[in-house]
Design a protein around this ligand. Structure first.
Ligand code: ADP
Ligand code: MG
Length: 268
């Protein structure tokens, strides 16, 4: 099977240290507040603690505005918390200065955003290689891995397409390949399929899970798509600034009825 053979070369077997029983990433009493003018403060995350084990796929679900992006940004060192800590392999991410933090992100974290943020003037293979080029590695050295990743994601015949010549699903696959380029320990995906039609979104989610299962890649995926979230190892709901296990309270399928009588019959 050429596909799995190509996957093998793109993802050499993880070394044993990748499979330790200690958490890969741990949030400890994270708080994030924003100033909100006369109304005081907007508390987005309050005293939030959780951890992710190596190889786990954790889905974070929650309505729009509950703080999913904020949380992923903190986990990936893109933003600093108001208080609390993020430990990555036991080390405090925010003890690093900005330069060390940027190097940490480049080396250890892969980001997939809702909007792919590909560079329009570069080809697919150049976009995928970018995280390695930022490390001052040479294109001829890193190109084979970028090509392998694109082949693994089914884009072997789109290597030299610019983002504008790719479909939404293809662009997002390029973004996934880019996130994996530097063999990050953790991939953070922020509603990665939010802008795709259902079928394409479903295919991309399955692809992420396949990568995770085949290579022990750790993912934290924010999504508001419950059906897709349920493919993860663990589903956590972000509500009122904290994470709750899925079984604690499934969110309502329809918005809560504002009518205090709560009649679900034929109200407006
Ligand atoms: N830089 C910021 N300044 C002020 N408020 C912000 C900022 N970033 C996000 N927020 C607010 O924080 C809340 C959580 O945002 P976000 O993390 O983007 O939610 P989600 O990703 O779940 O939709 C929202 O109410 C948003 O308006
Ligand atoms: Mg968001």
């Amino acid at each position: 099977m050429s596909r799995s053979a190509s996957m093998q070369s793109a993802f050499p077997p993880a070394d044993d240290s990748a499979r330790r029983s200690a958490p890969l990433v741990e949030a400890k009493a994270l708080c994030k507040r924003y100033p909100a003018g006369e109304r005081g403060e907007l508390v987005v995350l309050r005293d939030l603690s959780f951890h992710v084990m190596p190889g786990e796929v954790v889905a974070i679900v929650g309505e729009s505005g509950t703080g999913k992006s904020t949380l992923l940004h903190l986990l990936g060192g893109l933003d600093r918390p108001t208080s609390g800590r993020v430990l990555f392999e036991g080390a405090d991410v925010f003890e690093k200065d900005d330069e060390a933090l940027a190097a940490f992100r480049n080396r250890s974290i892969g980001f997939v955003f809702q909007f792919h943020h590909l560079l329009p003037e570069f080809t697919a293979v150049e976009n995928v290689a970018m995280p390695a080029l930022i490390q001052h590695r040479r294109m001829e050295e890193v190109r084979p891995r970028a090509v392998e990743l694109l082949r693994t994601l089914g884009l072997g015949d789109r290597l030299d397409h610019r983002p504008g010549a790719l479909s939404g699903g293809e662009q997002q696959r390029v973004a996934v390949a880019r996130a994996l380029m530097n063999r990050p320990r953790l991939v953070l995906a922020d509603e990665p399929t939010g802008n795709l039609d259902t079928r394409t979104a479903d295919a991309l989610h399955r692809e992420l899970l396949r990568l995770s299962r085949a290579f022990g890649q750790t993912f934290v995926i924010a999504t508001h798509n419950l059906a897709l979230a349920e493919m993860a190892d663990r589903v956590l709901h972000l509500r009122q600034g904290r994470l709750h296990p899925a079984e604690e309270a499934a969110p309502p399928v329809v918005p809560p009825n504002p009518d205090p009588a709560g009649d679900v019959g034929e109200g407006d």
